[in-house]
Design a protein around this ligand. Structure first.
Ligand code: MLT
Length: 325
């Protein structure tokens, strides 16, 4: 057969391959799940739990790769430049939406560079310190930070991280400017909080629950409307008289724009199965993390949330004038 005849036959065959057959063919190699923060941190913990289940569904390993830096925008930039074939995906939290305004000079267009797999989880946050930090309770802590704002070291995972947003809310609510210390993720920030290298950290329950339960850190207040079920002894900030310190974190899964529909559908299906997996659900529950309802694990639902969150945060960030670059 001549080269031209082979090419013509190939083209004819590819035209006749039904979409579901393409879907069956994906993935043809291991899938890389980019995590924008350090190993051992809250995003990493969620990603690794989901990756295990998704590997079983997809019949290929889903390998977690931590690409840290610039509040998660390095990982998002890496995704934007990846081949759009479904073999690279990103698990990120709401920082994916806030960074659209926080970073004035992003190497990608947040509105056009990505396609959506689905929403993943929601996670509450809380304020912690080392067990022997001198403030005995939240009221004493507020007094202490008001008296010594500059000496108080508040850790975060960099502009765009939710620990950064949560810390900003805390400082606004209290009316102080503390000294902030950025880390590549709240995994190492929590380690340094326990070790006393920094004083305070606003972290997600996915990262902090074991440390609180094991006495590695002292929890002063949750940044939630109601107490967190898994940490019933920790009062909310509101209960303790501080208004305006409330934040909920959501996560989504993304692929590069132009990823074939069939591959994206398989990823959404694998994500749905992972979030219905009893082992995943139980581990999430222990960490105070809630999988989103199954009907929200759709590209449309994440796209709507992502775009509405960009609009929600834009005026707040612009008003604060706290840009990352
Ligand atoms: C992490 O995984 O380290 C966190 O999600 C970082 C953050 O946003 O605070």
């Amino acid at each position: 057969m001549t080269f031209l005849a082979k090419a013509a036959l190939g083209a004819a065959l590819s035209l006749s391959v039904p979409v579901h057959a393409l879907a069956q063919a994906f993935p043809t190699q291991p899938v890389t799940m980019l995590i924008p923060f350090s190993a051992g941190g809250p995003t990493d913990v969620i990603g690794r739990l989901i990756a295990q289940s998704m590997s079983a569904t997809l019949g290929q390993q889903v390998l977690v790769e931590n690409v840290t830096g610039a509040g998660g925008t390095l990982a998002a930039g890496r995704l934007a430049q990846s081949t759009p074939d479904g073999h690279t995906l990103l698990l990120h939290h709401m920082g994916m939406a806030t960074s659209a305004t926080l970073y004035r000079d992003l190497p990608y267009d947040p509105l056009t560079a990505f396609d959506y797999v689905g929403q993943v989880t929601t996670v509450p946050m809380l304020l912690v310190s080392r067990p022997d930090y001198p403030a005995q309770d939240f009221a004493a802590l507020l007094e202490m930070v008001r008296e010594n704002p500059e000496e108080t070291l508040l850790a975060n995972a960099g502009p765009g991280a939710v620990s950064h947003l949560c810390g900003m809310l805390f400082m606004q609510a209290v009316g102080v400017q503390l000294t902030t210390v950025p880390y590549p993720g709240t995994g190492p920030a929590l380690t340094d909080t326990m070790g006393g290298q920094v004083d305070l950290l606003c972290d997600q329950t996915t990262g902090a629950t074991s440390a609180v339960a094991g006495g590695g850190v002292k929890a002063y207040a949750t940044a939630t409307a109601e107490r967190i079920e898994t940490l019933p002894d920790v009062p909310t900030a509101l209960e303790q008289g501080l208004e305006g310190f409330e934040i909920g974190v959501w996560h989504g899964m993304y692929v590069p724009a132009g990823t074939p529909e069939a591959a994206r559908e398989r990823l959404t299906e694998a994500l749905r199965i992972a979030l219905a997996d009893e082992t995943v659900i139980q581990r999430f529950a222990e960490l105070g993390t809630t999988p989103v309802p199954q009907e929200d694990i759709t590209p449309q639902s994440l796209e709507a949330l992502f775009k509405s969150e960009i609009e929600f945060w834009r005026p707040l960030i612009e008003q604060a004038g706290e840009y990352a670059n």
